[in-house]
Design a protein around this ligand. Sequence first.
Ligand code: HEM
Length: 422
Amino acid sequence: MNMSKVFKSSLGIKYPTLRDHPLHSGLKWLEGKTYDDGAEGLWRIHDNLYDLRAFIDRHPGGRDWIQLTKGTDITEAFESHHLHSTPVEILKTFYVKKASKPRNFPFTFNEKGFYKTLKRRITEKVATLPKQPAIRSAYIADVMLVTYLCTYFLAVYLKSLVLGFISGICLALLAIIAHNFFHKKDNFRRYYFDLCMMSSKEWRISHVLSHHMYTNTISDMEISSLEPFLQYLPGEKNMLVRYGSWLYSPVIFAVLFFGHYIKTLISDYKNVSWTYILPFVPLVLTWCFLNQSTLCCLSFFFWIITVASIYFGIVGTNAAHHHPEIFHDGDSSRNPELDWGIFQLVAVMDRKDITGSHFLVLTNFGDHALHHLFPTIDHGLLEHLYPVFLETCKEFDLEWRLESQIELVKGQYMQLARMNCN
Ligand code: HEM
């Protein structure tokens, strides 16, 4: 079915150009955005256009963010990635002109609105917090890396499928932990993510710039890249997609990492980076040093990556965004002003089984509402922000939804089957 003909965004977002390109790659998504965002080859923030070419190498968050987004609207990314006012001041020096077209995205950032009010309070609070929790996050990441490598080598050495299984789970957990780090300014722990065959650079587009900014909308790559097999947006669906997907989704998850690797390699072939060799390092080391056959080394490599891929897929799809009570494009936004922060709250649910434990939050995409609102804040610090967050929600008469993990698993399946718009 050609989605562009039948699907209409309830938020008024234009059907994204290249949304259904077979590669579903981040670079294609960004290319499509250059046609839709009215940025005239520059960088758009609200209704102003800026020429940031001279800033690419000077950006304290790293060059990726600015270089990749040339020709697009970066309003949501700019607003949510900086707590302080320095970037706003610097931005003024790059102003070129007003945009000639209205923005494609309806989200607002009014100074007195929910998001900006919360951001001011969170900025004050973060300044008072100790560094310890962020250091602990880094420590957990490093320990998980070592555990993954040790179990990998032991699995091949002892030819143990069980140890291979444990190693696969460790790899999936490591990738989820590394997600905390690719959201921040450039740092070496972001590359832990690349060990799982998915690319941190690609995820900075598909996850950070697409999914986080335009959650559950037609412009969210974490929705579009699973189509047509898994269709989370409401609308016309056949029985196979509605209910058959309950059975075949593990197969999709099993090929997630390999598929992602191949598609990223094809779409980024002009720019192949050293990070593409990272997933193969354990394979090469076991082959060189463990005196096992090539077939044995390869079999364990495939087994470990497949286990990790399935586990990551299951955790990812059941973490926070799919439930019939959660906003999906097509539903009414329930938010007449479309304050971006309020929009984020209707597109997420948190899990009471995860919130409260630093380790579980880091390894299960926990504290997801706060993480979406402030993606650069370390996961270890999020638990300290709840008093300010909940007080501000109360003031704006907003609900923060906390459910059980099992409710979100049930909800995820119901969402796959849901056709009616709320
Ligand atoms: C796609 C848009 C952008 C993204 C995703 C982004 C991302 C980031 C990230 C991840 C950091 C590190 C934050 C941290 O670790 O706490 C950062 C810092 C920073 N960025 Fe950006 N950035 C963007 C655009 C801009 C623009 C347009 C400017 C100014 C012209 C800017 C100026 C800064 C400055 C000054 C910092 C240092 C920290 C601060 O003062 O908040 N960024 N950015």
